[in-house]
Every structure is written in structure tokens, then in C-alpha cells.
Design a protein around this ligand. Structure first.
Ligand code: PMV
Length: 342
């Protein structure tokens, strides 16, 4: 019997080498590779139910129906891809009765983030990854993590990295169809006991979405080409620092990558500035801590919040110093495993 309903959990991932630019906007193929860490425990729990009585896909996020066309577009891209695989398989199995329903059947997607919404963490990566696994299970498709990751990427680029635990690389790839632009695990979470401390500065919706911000940067920043070259060049040192567990080298390369991404966005026209005064104050504090022998570096996505990465041994000290500097909301996570059925 075909299952019509299934759930999955997908973790948040934080990029140490950022995805910022699309070489193909329709397929969500990046201009440059990226490397992330997968966080333990923080993520999205998503239930998908295919339901012939619906007239279109429905998205419920944290108990509220979402009508934003951007969010609905992202989930429907993923669902359409999976519905078309299901219908192709059904016709190959000479089961024509199921073909129209698999192709057209709308889904109700109910997703919950287990981190406070006020954390200001992007939920699109974990949400789209969980949706992809849950919908594939509901349609009885037994797809590899690599295939699932490729499908999730179509909805949100960074979602492709959430399928794997620990340290993950999403390759830029060269092929026009994106077959070689896939995410793979570089090292499991057990390789290196790092911590992510997320300093929440502002939970208001960000001024520009990631997609809007990266598209505008690409179109108008005179530094975009240099950013792409530099981002590609930073991958080797970041990969090597992770393999060697060389914290100082990872700190230098990841902060440089982050600041170059933001510098490139700030040079767009009109400028894209995600930072608030406290974003800068924490950067300074982190650099001071590092100069004083504490293992800490920062990274910042398309928003004002700062993620401080540290070794396990130094996490408590950093937490105390961030609190003393006025950070009132702080989330902490170890590195963990990738997306799983639930
Ligand atoms: O996957 P998107 O479209 O939400 O873009 C993610 C962009 C950054 O978070 C800034 C960088 C990254 O690699 O996650």
C-alpha cells in the first residue's frame, strides 16, 4: 500500500564558507562552493500529507498558515519534483491509475522549528530538507541522500547541506544540469567537538531575503567576480583546517570568507547591509578573545546575528564573556547528524 503521509527532522546548518551567488537561478546552482557545520538538535520537524481534497499545496509553519508566495513557491518546487518522480515510476510499473494522482495530488505541509522563532535563525534550509525527506517517504520513494539533497537544493540552496552530519561541502560543480553540484560529508560530527554559540541580536525579519540579497549583489556589486574567486580559493584552506583540526587556520579562513561576502553585498547598489552595531561589537570581542588564547571565531549569515564557533573546552568562557558584553539571548549547539525520518 502506498504511504500518503510521513514526517522527518532536519537540522540547521551554518556555513563557514558561504554560498552567495547563483550560476543558475532556476536550478539554484551556486557560483561558488560552500562548507558548513550541521548543528545538533536545532532544526525543523515536518509532516507531509498528500491529500486529494486540497486544491493546492498548503504550508503551516509553527501552527500558522503561510501565504507568502515565496515560501509556497519553494515548497512546490520540491513537491513537484518528487511528484514527477513518483508518477514516472508509477507509469514504468504500468500502474496508470496512480499516475494522474501522483502528478497532481496537493500536499499539506506542517512544519515546526524547535528553536525559538526569536532566534532569528534561517529556517529555510532545515525546513526544505525535512520537507524533501518526508514527502519522498510519503510517496514511497526510496531515494539516496545525494538525490534528496539535490531535490532540496532546488527549493533552497543551503538545504542540500542539511542531509549530512558534521562538516559538509556543497560543490559548485561545472555541469549545466547541476549533477555534479552536490553536497557531501567532509568529516562526521565526531571528528572535532566544536560548538556553535548563536548570539541573537535582532529577531525582526531581515531587510533583504537571502535570495533577494544574493541576486542584487550579483547584479550590481562591482566586487562580485572577485568574491567568487576568493570564495572558491578559501575552500581548500577551510577543508584542510577541518581535516587537521587546526582551529587558528579555520578561524582565519572562515572569518575572511564571511567578511568578504558581506563586503561584496555592502558594495551592491543600493547597498545591502545586514549588520547592526552589536554585530560589529561581537566581532571585535571575538577577535580580542582569540588574541587572548581563546578558541573563538565568528560567522554571520544574511542577518545581524553572530554565530561564534568554539572548541568545547572554551565554550563556557565565551558564553560568559558574551553575556557580560550585553548579549541576552544565546543558543548553543554541538555538531550533529543529518536529516532523518521521524
Ligand atoms: O539557501 P539560502 O537561499 O537561504 O541562502 C543561504 C545564504 C547564506 O546563509 C548567507 C550562506 C550559506 O551558505 O548558508
Amino acid at each position: 500500500m502506498t504511504m500518503r503521509e510521513a514526517s522527518a527532522f532536519a537540522p540547521v546548518n551554518i556555513a563557514l564558507a558561504k554560498y552567495w551567488g547563483k550560476r543558475d537561478a532556476r536550478l539554484n546552482l551556486p557560483t561558488n562552493g560552500s562548507i558548513s557545520v550541521t548543528l545538533d538538535g536545532l532544526g525543523s520537524e515536518t509532516r507531509v500529507k498528500f491529500d486529494e481534497t486540497l486544491s493546492e499545496d498548503v504550508l503551516i509553519l509553527n501552527g500558522e498558515e503561510i501565504r507568502s508566495s515565496e515560501s509556497l513557491r519553494k515548497i512546490s518546487i520540491v513537491l513537484d519534483e518528487l511528484r514527477s518522480i513518483a508518477s514516472a515510476r508509477a507509469s514504468a510499473r504500468a500502474c496508470p491509475a496512480r499516475v494522474p494522482s501522483a502528478r497532481a495530488c496537493p500536499a499539506r505541509v506542517s512544519s515546526r522549528n524547535n528553536f525559538p522563532t526569536a532566534a532569528g535563525l534561517a529556517s529555510s534550509a532545515s525546513g526544505l530538507a525535512a520537507l524533501t525527506l518526508a514527502a519522498s517517504r510519503a510517496l514511497d520513494l526510496d531515494l539516496s541522500s545525494t538525490k534528496l539533497s539535490e531535490i532540496a537544493r532546488r527549493g533552497s540552496g543551503s538545504a542540500c547541506r542539511s542531509f549530512f552530519g558534521g562538516f559538509v561541502e556543497w560543490k559548485r560543480g561545472e555541469l549545466a544540469d547541476g549533477a555534479d553540484s552536490v553536497a557531501t560529508q567532509l568529516q562526521p560530527a565526531s571528528h572535532w567537538d566544536l560548538r556553535a554559540l548563536i548570539a541573537v541580536i535582532d529577531d525582526a525579519p531581515k531587510d533583504a531575503s537571502s535570495t533577494g540579497g544574493m541576486t542584487a549583489t550579483q547584479a550590481t556589486s562591482p566586487y562580485f567576480r572577485t568574491w567568487v574567486e576568493s570564495a572558491q580559493t578559501s575552500l581548500g584552506p577551510i577543508r584542510n583546517a577541518i581535516a587537521a583540526r587546526d582551529f587558528a587556520a579555520l578561524a582565519a579562513a572562515a572569518e575572511e570568507n564571511c567578511l568578504r561576502m558581506h563586503a561584496c553585498a555592502m558594495a551592491a547598489s543600493p547597498p545591502i547591509v545586514y549588520w547592526k552595531p552589536q554585530t560589529l561589537a561581537i566581532q571585535r570581542l571575538v577577535r580580542e578573545m582569540r588574541a587572548n588564547g581563546i578558541d573563538a571565531f565568528f560567522t554571520i549569515d544574511a542577518g545581524p546575528n553572530v554565530v561564534v564557533i568554539s572548541t568545547a573546552a572554551h565554550a563556557a568562557e565565551i558564553r560568559a564573556r558574551l553575556a557580560a558584553s550585553g548579549v541576552t539571548r544565546l543558543l548553543e549547539a554541538k555538531l550533529g547528524e543529518g536529516t532523518r525520518s521521524s
